[in-house]
Design a protein. Structure first.
Length: 495
């Protein structure tokens, strides 16, 4: 699996979240991951103020271990084991309890536009009133839809989610009437299905992603708590990559639950009550288990010093690939296509990496390219093609691996344009007439239909139109940003 940032040079680049899947903090992100196997370990503390009476207080210590596998670039599956210890202090004394819940997730995702990725996720929660106990009647499925938006080359990104949880978790409690008020507060189970809503954003600066998100689990159904008494969370934090050449992340997050509290008195329906404030610390790591070294394409690396006078190479000039046994190169390779998927030849590829040099090359007729013999580290792959929006993607290169970078380039609108038709007074098209923008020195001849089209930067220009057997004309035009000036010219015969 390629170690390519899902969103070029931006936040959410190859992150590992609470589920060992890409996320802001807990709100999912539609993105690729850093490795075929990812692991996340999370620990946290939460505090709840007096809910049962004015003098009570409640503390929660949580831990989670998540492991995810990513067998295909668009497919991920994860298992998360949650455990928590709740302690309670009330007027009647103190007590505590321990609960463990496993959860499984399957996520598919893909890119639908240069700035947009979407994902769908299915999950299954196996709630229990004791550590890792299983009650089949309490199995709780959920589905999510996720959209992640990131402008090209921007350091920020946003994600939104919506989903539904068919909550049977209250069935894990065999006798709700026997629960103490503290137990009802701590279990976190619900008798109501849930509409899942979330919004998150991130801003990347250097090795740090600054994170913020909101999540609302809106309880539904007859007798459900009010919307403001449903679990509502506002979170902020940061994710840090301490070593630039390692798939290792550390994140810290603060969690506040500003909503009202549901009724937890005996006889009331079970509903979750989350800590009022919380603090989480997570560690994520990507393991290169089963990662393949892909056969390299011909090299597109910058010429060496003794051949520095040679122009940038193309694939046609490059040597053939080495035998399979020798394919332990450190390389970046890929293809460049247009918005319709057709290959773009002669696109310029520039690498900006750990060293001061910036290797440059061009794509072959099939849009492919490769840079080999690279030092490990982070690289910005900058792709430039005439009349296309420049694209920049970030790649984390590891020694002995070949990383794939596939780029789709959108057509760039000209800054301005002058176009029109040249005809004789008779109405017939004048082919091969010469149209010249004097100040820019741009000349074009009309086609068989007398038509012409010329790109021009904004400004005021003189346009001269001439043809054999006709009197020349000159027109003044003002070209505006992203504007089109239409000139329909009728030429008079003569000299």
């Amino acid at each position: 699996m390629a170690c390519l940032a899902a969103i070029p040079s931006i936040a959410f680049a190859q992150n590992i979240g609470h589920d060992a899947l890409p996320s802001v903090i807990r709100v999912p992100v539609a993105a690729e991951t850093v490795a075929p196997v990812t692991i996340a370990i999370t620990g946290g503390y939460g505090y709840t103020e007096g809910v049962l009476e004015r003098t009570d207080s409640h503390q929660r210590f949580t831990g989670a271990l998540a492991v995810a596998a990513h067998p295909l670039p668009w497919l991920s599956a994860a298992l998360r084991l949650d455990g928590r210890v709740d302690t309670h202090q009330t007027a009647q004394g103190g007590d505590s309890g321990i609960v463990g819940d496993p959860r499984v997730f399957v996520r598919v995702h893909g890119r639908v536009a240069p700035f947009l990725r979407i994902a769908a996720q299915a999950g299954l929660w196996i709630p229990s009133d004791r550590l890792l106990g299983v009650n089949a009647s309490a199995l709780t499925p959920e589905i999510l839809a996720v959209a992640t938006i990131a402008p090209p080359r921007a350091p920020y990104a946003f994600t939104v989610m919506a989903g539904y949880r068919l909550d049977h978790s209250a069935n894990s409690v065999l006798d709700p009437a026997s629960l103490s008020p503290s137990d009802r507060l701590a279990l976190g189970v619900s008798g109501f299905s849930t509409l899942l809503l979330g919004l998150g954003g991130a801003y990347r600066r250097g090795p740090i992603e600054w994170l913020a998100e909101g999540q609302w689990d809106l309880l539904l159904g007859a007798g459900a708590p009010s919307p403001m008494a449903s679990p509502l969370h506002v979170r902020a934090g940061a994710r840090f990559r301490p070593w630039s050449e390692q798939r290792f992340f550390v994140s810290l997050a603060l969690d506040a639950s500003p909503g009202a509290r549901p009724d937890v008195s005996p006889g009331a329906a079970l509903a979750p009550v989350d800590p009022r404030i919380g603090l989480w610390v997570s560690v994520g790591v990507g393991l290169p288990l089963g990662e393949r070294v892909n056969p390299p394409l011909p090299d597109l690396h910058e010429p060496s010093e003794n051949t520095s006078s040679a122009p940038p190479s193309t694939l046609a000039d490059a040597p053939s690939a080495p035998p399979v046994a020798a394919q332990t190169v450190t390389a970046i390779r890929g293809t460049v296509v247009d918005e319709a998927g057709a290959p773009l030849a002669d696109a310029t590829i520039t690498l900006r990496g750990p060293s001061s040099s910036a290797p440059t090359g061009t794509t072959n007729a099939d849009g492919s390219f490769q840079f080999s013999a690279l030092e490990p580290g982070n690289y910005d792959v900058v792709v430039h093609a005439e009349r296309r929006h420049e694209v920049e993607q970030t790649v984390r290169v590891e020694r002995g691996h070949t990383h794939d970078v596939n780029v789709a380039m959108e057509r760039a609108l000209p800054a301005g344009q002058v176009r029109g038709i040249v005809r004789a007074f008779s109405g017939d098209a004048v082919a091969q007439a010469t149209v010249r923008i004097e100040q820019l020195g741009i000349t074009q001849t009309t086609d068989a239909n007398g038509e012409f089209q010329m790109d021009a930067i904004p400004g005021r220009y003189s346009v001269t139109i001439s043809a054999p057997g006709f009197r020349a004309q000159s027109r003044r035009v003002d070209v505006h940003q992203n504007g089109v000036v239409v000139l329909n010219i009728d030429l008079q015969q003569g000299h």
